[in-house]
Design a protein around this ligand. Sequence first.
Ligand SMILES: C[S@@+](CC[C@H](N)C(=O)[O-])C[C@H]1O[C@@H](n2cnc3c(N)ncnc32)[C@H](O)[C@@H]1O
Length: 200
Amino acid sequence: MEDIFRQAEDRANTLDDRVSSLSQVLYLMYLARERKASSIAEIGFSIGYSSIAFLESSPSVEVTSFEIHNEAHVKSAKEFIDSRYPDRHHLIYGDSTQTVPAFQVPRSADGFDLIFIDGGHEYACAKADITNARRLAKPGATLVINSLTPWFKWGIGPTTAWEEAVRDEIVTPLEYVSDAFAVSRPQGPAQRAWAVGQYQ
Ligand SMILES: C[S@@+](CC[C@H](N)C(=O)[O-])C[C@H]1O[C@@H](n2cnc3c(N)ncnc32)[C@H](O)[C@@H]1O
């Protein structure tokens, strides 16, 4: 997994970014395996680290990613993934607040087993993503939301949207992870924190 991660990595990343990302992608890979997820959606593809994690979790997994940008780093990550995992990755370009509600789950499937939200970090976008992705989820599907780090500016939106989804019983929290350790609640100054839940 680490070798693949290094092949796919973007030269602009610092070593610290890479190492902390590695713990998260390993977590995602094991989570998908443990949940026996075969159909996974993610919002926020970027350079494809989380897609690789999910695709590595099992040879039968298919991943659908929603990504607003089609810049060179996104395209090269997509090429890498298509060459390594042919026909198992689907990339939908556009703003997730539009593309997720417009997405038609194939008739042969009854939705995604696992959804990873790591796209726009503004409150309105994170809130829309949690709400809209629910329509694409199988009953009881697993939801992971990244960046529950309100001590950073970019963590405020996802944290507020997550807390509201728990309060409104859209999702039941199962686990919080902070810098690769399970915690009762994420707390600063962790660099990364995320939550795992189950859609109601
Ligand atoms: C933190 S990165 C995702 C990292 C990725 N999950 C990984 O592990 O490599 C966030 C991504 O979300 C994308 N994004 C931001 N706003 C978005 C939106 N409204 N719709 C879809 N993608 C969006 C950004 O372009 C960026 O590539």
